[in-house]
Design a protein around this ligand. Structure first.
Ligand code: 4NP
Length: 160
């Protein structure tokens, strides 16, 4: 088998958006029967929540959609930039943070996940952390589903 493709999903804290994106992407590749062709992880820009489970609202959203998740938050490292083929940010702040942190020699494609949304290209995946309820997490999930499906299609068509 050829070498696995590697995707890393990033957000500010790695407890809300990027775990949902990671779980959605894992489900998509599993459903497509190509789970063994990918290595997938998520990480944070900041270190505040390292070692923690996702926010309970993110876990609830994942449970409601039958997504399993057992990962813990970690902070992105310099070596991630050399290891992963695709590094996804959730908003423009993530993208500028990634750019600032990129070590020389990195070949990873840095992509904003919302740019793959066929319904609203370029829309950010908004941080739901400071919301009161679950609606922002559901919105994040819905965007991740559309974007991950569209990205996978493009990879399968050799567009990425
Ligand atoms: P995330 O949300 O980036 O989607 O995981 C956040 C979680 C925590 C914080 C910010 C964003 N925080 O500042 O603690």
């Amino acid at each position: 088998m050829s070498e696995r493709k590697k995707a890393l999903f990033i957000c500010l804290g790695n407890i809300c958006r990027s775990p949902i994106a990671e779980a959605v992407f894992l489900k998509k590749i599993s459903d497509a029967g190509i789970g063994d062709q990918w290595e997938v992880d998520s990480a944070a820009i900041g270190a505040w929540h390292v070692g923690k489970q996702p926010d309970s609202r993110a876990l609830n959203t994942m449970k409601e959609h039958n997504l399993s998740y057992n990962n813990r938050a970690r902070q992105i490292t310099k070596s991630d930039f050399n290891y992963y083929d695709y590094i996804f940010g959730m908003d423009t702040e993530n993208m500028s943070d990634l750019k600032r942190l990129t070590p020389s020699g990195s070949n990873a494609k840095q992509l904003m996940l919302g740019d793959f949304d066929p319904e609203s290209p370029g829309k950010i995946i908004r941080d739901p952390y400071y919301d009161d309820g679950a609606a922002g997490f559901e919105q994040c999930y819905i965007q991740c589903v559309r974007c991950c499906a569209a990205f996978l299609n493009k990879v399968q068509n050799n567009e990425f």
